[in-house]
Structures are given as structure tokens and as C-alpha cells.
Design a protein around this ligand. Structure first.
Ligand code: BG6
Length: 468
């Protein structure tokens, strides 16, 4: 690479933005859509459901026009599985295909490249009822059939695909993976079995994509938390290393290398929670590899080696292991929703680590800042905190690029205010404000936040304005 290009974002850098179907679309039972695992979950009191969300289903044209105004090169969204296959009969819902036809065509009209997540936390409820979603191997065939339908129908216009969004969050959440009510729900044994089924499923779908669409690219999306040791005590350093292996490298190693990291496999075996491997599984896992890695990054973690007392007791299940305790990092200040603090340098570190380990191009598929926001008079949202967050993370991306990482694109989460995965509509991430409250739908009108105008300029200048 020429010296003068070292610090630049590549000319074809994919400046994007992300959403997912159940968080943005609404219309949860319209035009033949079936219910999904997330549509039917028990919602904590005070929090809204998926019925309307951001009403993107009815307002996609207006939303795409805003994407075009923003200058997006790429839009990452997911297809709602139960909109295409509402039940377990195998019959396709043509109206579901039509909605995405219209959306994709609209994007292409504006030269915005679709980046499609095939599965983002919404297993058809029918598959939960029938056999417990991803708890059963049967789900693999349903997922493969669904993905093949998408490749066949949209493959003439869509060249970038994502298999599964955040397998770690998915395997631990029965309301995402469709495993609510299954025997052994919540046990680590079942959790790793669910993950194994997802890994087999994603491999089969990658293979199908490579066969059906030889020019397309496909990859997984994982959340990755860089893990710091709480001190330089060697035991803490080992604990941090273990945590990264268990939380992140396990899934990526299976996706890319087709095998579980030895450390993780032994850890699972010792505790009797390793997934059941059937004959042929290893072959499937080794059969193919992704073309890129999608990376979701919000914050970093800090751990210390497990002493005598379990400090993880009150943490979400995906951080509860007997080798380490998650502790505060004194270098980061937490805010309302970003309770672990924010760490832009951590993003650069991860990009370096992932690229060194796998040598595959990376797309940042999510990175964003949540805040409860109110519309000020004159339709204004001055979200300087979000601008700061994205600016600092983008600067670290640029450093990573100059350090040799092949970074294809960056998609902030989220293009527009969406329903949070677990905390309702008040937890806002968007560049565009949606005028609704948790329960009062108001007029759902779209309002550009300050970050919208700021990001527009970043895209227009291909990143130069980050430094002005
Ligand atoms: C990622 C998901 O886990 O994080 C998104 O892919 C989600 O769907 C995002 O919205 C932020 O999490 P939350 O729980 O704040 O919505």
C-alpha cells in the first residue's frame, strides 16, 4: 500500500447503517406473517411489544429516501423468517417475499447495497411449538430451506448475506432461539447444544450460498467483547484470555476453522456440558468457511480470576462462568444504558485480534450508543453523545485500517430508532428519531437527529470530517 493511502478509508468503503426486522418493521401479523419467538415472549412490565415498532413496514419508502439523503452505501437489515414461512408447513408466504422485493428494489434505485441478515432473533413460533426451535436438529433443515428460498428469490439483486446474528445472545435466550419451554431450558448443556445446531445450520447455509450464488459473499455476525484483565496479576491475565475464548473465539473458530477451540471443548467436556456431536457433524463444520466476518461491538469487558466468591451471580447468563468474574473497569464511565462504559480503543484491539487470527475481511455490522431521548421544541434532538461515540470508534477503525486490517465497512446501530432487543422503545439508538413513546404511538413521524447530519458529512467526505 502506498504511504499516502495508509490512513485513508478505502474509496469503496461501505458506509452503512443497521436495523433488524422485529425491531423496526411492526405489522407483526399483516399480509400473512406468522408469529415469531420474539413476538410471543413475555414482556417485562412497562415495555412495549413488536406490534408496531418503528412502523417501517408501512413507511419503508420514506425510510429509504432518508437513507439516500444520508448517503448510505449499504443498508443492513434482516428478513423476518416468519414473514416468509409463517408456519411449519413449508409453504412460502408470497406477500412476505413481495415486501422485501419492494424494499430491495427501492434500495437499489438509490444505489444502496442491501446487506441481509437471514436470521436475527426471530424463529417462527410454529417451529417452537412443533419441536422447540433450535433445541432440535430439525430446525436446521427449516433454516436451510428458508435461506435457499431467499437466495433463489433475491440472489439476482443481493450479493452480501449474513447467516446468524449474535449466536452468543441467541443461544442464551430462549425467546430468541425459539427454545422457550423445552426440557432443560436455561441449562448450559442445552445452551451449547442449541449453539451447535446453529453452527451446523450456518455451515449448510454458507455452502448453499456458495453453490447457488458463486459471486455472493456470506458471513456470520458475532458480538465480540475484548476482555481486559483487572490487574497484571498473571491469574487475571489468564482469566481474560479464557473469557475471550469462551465468549467469542469459540463461535468464530467454529464458523471459520470448523472446529471448537481445544480449551473451550475441554472446559465444556469437564463440566459435562459439551454438545452432542453426531457422525458427520465434524465434516459439515469443516465443509466451508465464511467470506467475511461481521462484528457487533458496543463495549469491552474486564475480568478477574475467580477467587472464592462468585461475583457473577447477578449477571446475565452469558457471563456466568466459573473461571472468571466480570468486574468494573475504572477507566470507563458508565451512562444510563451503557452501563459498562464505552471503549473505542477496544474496537481497534478487537479488529486487530480477529484479523490476525482469521485473516478475513471484516464489516462492522453494529456499533452504537443508547440513550433515552426527548424531542426538543422545533423537532430537535441534539445527540452529541452519539456523535462522540461514533466519531471515536470510527477513528479507531481508521487506525486499525492503517495497521493492516481489511475493514470493508461500518454500520452504526441503528439507522432509525428501533425497539431495543430487551428494553423497549425508550432505549434509543437511531440517527433518525421516531416520534412515539413506549406505549403512545403518537404520529410515528421521522425526525433527523443531529447525528444524522453529522454522519452524512462523514460519508460525504469519506471520513475526512472526523478530524475537522
Ligand atoms: C445486538 C443485537 O445484540 O445488540 C441488536 O444484534 C440489539 O438486535 C443490540 O438491539 C443492542 O442491544 P439492546 O438490548 O440494547 O437492544
Amino acid at each position: 500500500m502506498k504511504l499516502e493511502n495508509l490512513n485513508k478509508f478505502p474509496d469503496n468503503f461501505l458506509w452503512g447503517a443497521s436495523t433488524s426486522a422485529f425491531q423496526v418493521e411492526g405489522a407483526y401479523l399483516e399480509d400473512g406473517k406468522g408469529l415469531s419467538s420474539v413476538d410471543t415472549r413475555k414482556i417485562p412490565e412497562g415495555i412495549t411489544d413488536t406490534k408496531v415498532a418503528s412502523d417501517h413496514y408501512h413507511r419503508y419508502k420514506e425510510d429509504v429516501a432518508l437513507m439516500a439523503e444520508l448517503g448510505l452505501k449499504s443498508y443492513r437489515f434482516s428478513i423476518s423468517w416468519p414473514r416468509i414461512y409463517p408456519d411449519a408447513s413449508g409453504k412460502v408466504n408470497e406477500a412476505g417475499l413481495k415486501f422485501y422485493d419492494d424494499l430491495i428494489n427501492e434500495l437499489i434505485e438509490y444505489n444502496i447495497e442491501p446487506l441481509i441478515t437471514i436470521y436475527h432473533f426471530d424463529v417462527p413460533k410454529a417451529l417452537t411449538d412443533e419441536f422447540g426451535g433450535f433445541a432440535s436438529r430439525k430446525c436446521i433443515d427449516y433454516y436451510v430451506e428458508y435461506a435457499k428460498t431467499l437466495f433463489k428469490h433475491f440472489g439476482d439483486r443481493v450479493n452480501k448475506w449474513i447467516t446468524i446474528n449474535e449466536q452468543l445472545m441467541d443461544m442464551f435466550n430462549p425467546d430468541f432461539s425459539g427454545t422457550r419451554g423445552v426440557d432443560g431450558e436455561g441449562s448450559m448443556k442445552l445452551t451449547y447444544q442449541i449453539s451447535h445446531h446453529m453452527s451446523l445450520a450456518e455451515k449448510k447455509v454458507m455452502a448453499a450460498c456458495h453453490e447457488m450464488l458463486p459471486n455472493a459473499k456470506i458471513g456470520p455476525v458475532n458480538c465480540f467483547q475484548v476482555v481486559y484483565p483487572a490487574t497484571s496479576k498473571p491469574e487475571d491475565v489468564v482469566a481474560a484470555f479464557d473469557a475471550e475464548e469462551i465468549l467469542s473465539y469459540m463461535l468464530l473458530d467454529v464458523s471459520v476453522k470448523g472446529e471448537y477451540p481445544k480449551y473451550v471443548w475441554n472446559y465444556l467436556e469437564e463440566r459435562g456440558i459439551a454438545p452432542e456431536m453426531l457422525e458427520g457433524d465434524e465434516e459439515i463444520l469443516k465443509s466451508t468457511k465464511p467470506d467475511f466476518i461481521g462484528l457487533n461491538y458496543y463495549f469491552s469487558l474486564c475480568v478477574e480470576a475467580r477467587n472464592s466468591k462468585d461475583k457473577n451471580e447477578n449477571l446475565p447468563p452469558f457471563w456466568k462462568y466459573d473461571k472468571f468474574d466480570v468486574v468494573d473497569n475504572k477507566f470507563f464511565r458508565s451512562s444510563e444504558w451503557m452501563i459498562h462504559g464505552t471503549d473505542p480503543v477496544g474496537l481497534r484491539l478487537i479488529l486487530r485480534k480477529i484479523y490476525t487470527r482469521y485473516n478475513l475481511p471484516i464489516i462492522i455490522t453494529e456499533n452504537g450508543y443508547a440513550q433515552s431521548e426527548v424531542l426538543e421544541e422545533g423537532d430537535i434532538v441534539n445527540d452529541d453523545y452519539r456523535i462522540n461515540y461514533i466519531r471515536e470508534h470510527l477513528k479507531q477503525c481508521k487506525l486499525a485500517i492503517s495497521e493492516g486490517v481489511e475493514l470493508l465497512g461500518y454500520c452504526p446501530w441503528s439507522f432509525i430508532d428501533i425497539l431495543s432487543g430487551r428494553q423497549g422503545f425508550s432505549k434509543r439508538y437511531g440517527l433518525v428519531y421516531v416520534n412515539r413513546d413506549e406505549h403512545d404511538l403518537k404520529d410515528l413521524r421521522r425526525i433527523k437527529k443531529k447525528s444524522f447530519h453529522w454522519y452524512k458529512n462523514v460519508i460525504k467526505t469519506n471520513g475526512k470530517s472526523l478530524y475537522e
